[in-house]
Design a protein around this ligand. Structure first.
Ligand SMILES: *[C@@H]1O[C@H](CO)[C@@H](O)[C@H](O)[C@H]1NC(C)=O
Ligand SMILES: *[C@@H]1O[C@H](CO)[C@@H](O)[C@H](O)[C@H]1NC(C)=O
Ligand SMILES: *[C@@H]1O[C@H](CO)[C@@H](O)[C@H](O)[C@H]1NC(C)=O
Ligand SMILES: *[C@@H]1O[C@H](CO)[C@@H](O)[C@H](O)[C@H]1NC(C)=O
Ligand SMILES: *[C@@H]1O[C@H](CO)[C@@H](O)[C@H](O)[C@H]1NC(C)=O
Ligand SMILES: *[C@@H]1O[C@H](CO)[C@@H](O)[C@H](O)[C@H]1NC(C)=O
Length: 583
């Protein structure tokens, strides 16, 4: 975008704002002082006990993945895997208990070079880190563009069993996205399966069922997808991703967000149709838009939470942005799992000829049993491989649902159109505060700035999601990237890779390429000089004590404290003098 066209863009934005009912965006109630970031515990590659100082932070880390299981943190890095206990009190630094080094062998590295890849790329980047069962981790690395996977014991990180191919389980190139989960002993993954990253798949392997994949090189199934998350719900595994929308092929390369699903018990098609491929793969668009006369869409999904319950409803929350060449903006939309599922029971969409536009398939033209359904005992066709060819052919050619999934309340729960924040990651505490009765959403920007929102969902008012509503209050903004420990902001180093909530300690874990940071969910102490500020912070994690300080209130605490979430009491209190606060 040239600077000359900026004013026009803003005029357009203003016009949209007035017509599309953008809610007003207020600033945060509090902004954390810069000094706080220096106090956060950081992992930069150092070990504990006999490992202490071994590496001495000599080499910068290249972190790829982070996984927390109960009170243990696993970090997948370039050529290394670390295990860190979150129990041990750590002031200033988190140190590993175990480190396992898994380098590519000379042969793989040589072939990688011969294929024209750079020295720095021909390493083993750990891209898959999954809990396989109670004491086994499933780990895959890019292995110099020849991905490989293996099981590791959770306690000592010792390899268990043989290496298996990482193809369709792990990308070749560390820059590519991948997601995965285990359920019922089966591994569900979504990634690109080849060196050139052209063949995208949703893949099932391991376990007792046959290996299945999506149809190869069929743009109806996928068009340059980028996978962001996967969850299981009831009989299905769901995948969240963005891709180029074939149904808008008249618009050049329009990206939309999707949710796709497959049946866990899919056995693949017959020998004639969809053999060794999904018979249950269906996908639908996710609608995250601002209502009004002219709709404004947030089309680019960035990340999704696991399924969580808010007001008794199972849902996921997702962060979306606008495309990079558009007006910068981010939004959070919520989706009810039952509603996602119901869209897959709705109409299919098709394109009758390569030139025609996409239209819904009339109900009478949909064969029975319903294409995409899960086979079940007692059904006439009790395995997907027994479905008639007519059904299988229909599924193969009609993976797209006609309707898009509406967001809860038909509007984003949070919108930020301030260019400074490119919001990328989301974490939700649906049991925040001492009474565990508040919902707090943390949004992480590309560079590790966190925005913390209090969400008030009004879902119980009506069973109709269209009537559900929500409003959000921006409580706090804080930085999390400690340049002094993790390094100055050289290119890419400050990029937030992932964010997780450690409920037990009331902290967020944030992974950047050179370090993992543990930042508390609240900085109550900064309001300690003033009762009014403490209460007015509206922060469910903070409380004012009778002794006169603002503290982080533990769950189920027996201490007396006062809060004012909703803000009625503070108006009676006098303002405080501005005071210098030492933290
Ligand atoms: C995590 O903790 C829960 C509850 O203590 C336990 O049931 C579960 O087995 C633990 N998970 C793992 C992988 O250790
Ligand atoms: C697995 O692969 C790694 C890296 O290529 C190699 O060092 C290791 O010996 C292999 N393990 C087995 C059991 O083959
Ligand atoms: C499917 O049905 C056949 C008989 O129609 C039965 O023999 C078979 O056990 C059934 N399989 C399952 C998985 O229910
Ligand atoms: C998205 O949701 C809005 C609000 O309900 C609706 O008006 C619009 O038609 C939907 N868009 C799509 C593509 O379904
Ligand atoms: C949350 O619980 C506390 C008591 O633990 C109560 O005072 C407060 O009103 C509750 N808030 C909401 C929104 O239910
Ligand atoms: C919740 O929604 C209902 C109906 O939509 C409305 O009557 C009620 O006032 C709302 N409650 C709150 C607390 O906003």
């Amino acid at each position: 975008m040239s600077p000359a066209c900026l004013p026009l863009v803003f005029l357009l934005l203003l016009e949209r704002t007035s017509r599309a009912h953008f809610p007003e965006e207020s600033g945060p109630i509090s902004i954390a002082l810069d000094d706080y970031v220096k106090q956060y515990a950081v992992f930069v590659g150092n070990g504990l006990g006999r490992f202490a100082g071994q590496d001495g932070g000599a080499e910068r880390l290249h972190i790829q993945r982070m996984l927390t299981i109960n009170r243990t943190l696993f970090i997948g890095e370039r050529d290394n895997l670390y295990r860190i206990s979150l129990e041990s009190a750590t002031a200033g630094e988190m140190r590993y208990h175990r480190k396992m080094t898994w380098r590519s062998n000379k042969h793989d590295i040589n072939i990688c070079h011969m294929k024209g890849k750079h020295e720095a790329e021909c390493r083993n980047f750990i891209k898959v880190l999954l809990l396989r069962n109670d004491n086994v981790l499933f780990v895959c690395g890019t292995n110099a563009f020849n991905p490989v996977c293996s099981d590791y014991s959770m306690d000592y990180l010792e390899p268990m069993g043989d290496n298996i191919s990482g193809m369709a389980r792990c990308p070749y190139d560390p820059k590519h996205a991948n997601v995965g989960l285990f359920t019922g002993g089966m591994l569900f993954t979504a990634t690109v399966t080849d060196f050139l990253a052209i063949d995208a798949v949703i893949y099932r392997s391991l376990g007792d069922s046959p290996t299945l994949r999506t149809v190869k090189h069929d743009s109806k199934w996928f068009k340059e997808p980028y996978f962001v998350h996967t969850v299981e719900w009831k009989n299905h595994v769901y995948f969240f991703f963005r891709e180029i929308a074939m149904e808008f092929n008249y618009l050049e390369k329009m990206v939309v967000s999707r949710v796709a699903r497959v049946c866990k018990n899919d056995m693949g098609g017959s020998q004639r149709v969809l053999e060794k491929q999904w018979t249950s793969f269906l996908k639908a668009r996710l609608n995250c838009s601002v209502p009004g006369d002219s709709h404004f869409y947030f089309n680019v999904i960035q990340s999704v939470t696991d399924i969580l319950e808010i007001e008794g409803r199972p849902m996921v929350l997702a962060v979306f942005s606008t495309p990079t060449n558009s007006i910068p903006g981010s939004a959070v939309c919520a989706y009810d799992m039952a509603q996602i599922a119901s869209v897959f029971e709705g109409r299919f969409r098709e394109q009758k000829s390569p030139e025609s536009i996409w239209t819904p398939v009339p109900e009478e033209l949909v064969p029975k049993p319903r294409p995409g359904c899960c086979a079940a005992p007692g059904m006439q066709h009790n395995s997907s491989s027994l479905f008639p060819d007519e059904i299988l052919n229909f599924v193969k050619t009609h993976p797209l649902m006609d309707e898009s999934v509406p967001s809860l309340g038909n509007a984003p729960w949070i919108i930020r159109s301030v260019a400074r924040y490119q919001l990328r990651k989301i974490v939700v505490d649906n049991a925040a505060g001492p009474g565990r009765n508040y919902t707090v959403v943390f949004l992480g920007s590309d560079s590790g700035t966190v925005l913390k929102f209090l969400i008030r969902a009004n879902l119980s008012a009506s069973s109709s999601p269209a009537r559900a509503s929500s409003h959000s209050l921006l409580l706090e903004e804080f930085e999390t990237y400690p340049s002094d420990k993790c390094g100055k902001d050289a290119t890419g180093e400050r990029k937030l890779l992932s964010m997780e909530l450690d409920k037990a300690t009331g902290s967020l874990l944030l992974a950047f390429p050179p370090c993992v940071v543990r930042a508390p969910v609240a900085r109550c102490h900064q309001h300690s000089t003033c009762m009014k500020n403490c209460l007015a912070s509206n922060d469910p994690y903070c409380g004012w004590t009778p002794e006169g300080s603002c503290i982080f209130v533990e769950r189920n605490t027996r201490l007396a404290f006062e809060q004012d979430i909703g803000g009625i009491k503070t108006s009676y209190l006098g303002d405080c003098e501005v005071q210098f606060l030492e933290i």
